[in-house]
Design a protein around this ligand. Structure first.
Ligand SMILES: [Zn+2]
Length: 244
């Protein structure tokens, strides 16, 4: 029975991952999420449903558009695989508990943000607000320290905001984007003060590694996906909420 649930969760992850990748492209480009149907970014031809099956179509088409043979962005393939994998990993770790659903919400934000932040340096407010609502419902259902968690999230965010403002002055450029601050707010609401701090440290270190691996070519490094990866690692390893 368990294996059926795992396969089901994995498939849901693939389908949602495909949708998140689509959101990641469409929201920054101000294209509706429902219309038009999926199309090739190069030749604009509509992609038939059987060429639009998450993960498998990319492999079958060898990462190229069926019509014009232009390259399909491998990031969308990565998002489909990653979403599916993380859904399964969090199910195996927590079963169908609150922590599993927190993992699902953060993974979902990560899926959209990987595309929108890497490709367009954009973190969608709509996605953050939606995640905020889901996290509020989850911590409300959990019952423990509901209001304390909200106050703690504000305190953490204000602290980070102060660090950002100082950083902006010292480095004479934007040290942390506003999108990153909003992400940190939902992360601290989900996991508390210490976990947010550790997420931040993981995010900074992985960003540095990415910076060196990318040979300093990019002048602006997207920080949002690294923050969410940090938060997911902390949630997986140390799921207990830490009160400020
Ligand atoms: Zn094409």
């Amino acid at each position: 029975m368990k294996i059926i649930i795992i396969i089901f969760i994995g498939l849901v992850g693939m389908v949602l991952g495909s949708f998140y990748a689509c959101m990641g492209y469409r929201i920054p480009n101000k294209i509706s999420l429902t219309k038009p149907n999926s199309f090739c970014e190069n030749c604009k031809k509509e992609i038939k449903w059987y060429m639009n099956i998450p993960v498998f179509s990319y492999l079958f088409l060898k990462g190229k558009c069926a019509y014009c043979k232009s390259k399909i962005d491998p990031l969308s393939f990565i998002v489909e695989i990653l979403t599916s994998l993380l859904f399964v990993i969090f199910y195996l770790r927590f079963g169908l508990s609150i922590n599993f659903f927190l993992g699902i919400v953060l993974t979902s934000v990560l899926g959209v943000t990987i595309i929108s932040d890497f490709r367009y340096y954009y973190i969608s407010d709509r996605v953050v607000v939606l995640a905020l609502l889901f996290i509020l419902i989850l911590i409300y259902v959990e019952k423990d320290y509901f209001f304390v968690k909200i106050i703690s999230a504000f305190v953490v965010s204000i602290l980070i905001l102060i660090i950002k403002l100082i950083g902006d002055k010292v480095f004479k450029r934007e040290s942390l984007g506003w999108g990153d601050i909003k992400l940190l707010f939902i992360i601290s609401l989900a996991s508390g003060f210490y976990s947010t701090l550790i997420s931040l440290i993981i995010a900074c270190s992985t960003t540095l590694v990415y910076y060196y691996l990318s040979k300093h070519e990019e002048k602006e490094i997207p920080f949002g996906p690294f923050l969410l990866i940090g938060a997911l690692i902390v949630l997986f390893v140390a799921p207990n909420y830490s009160i400020f």
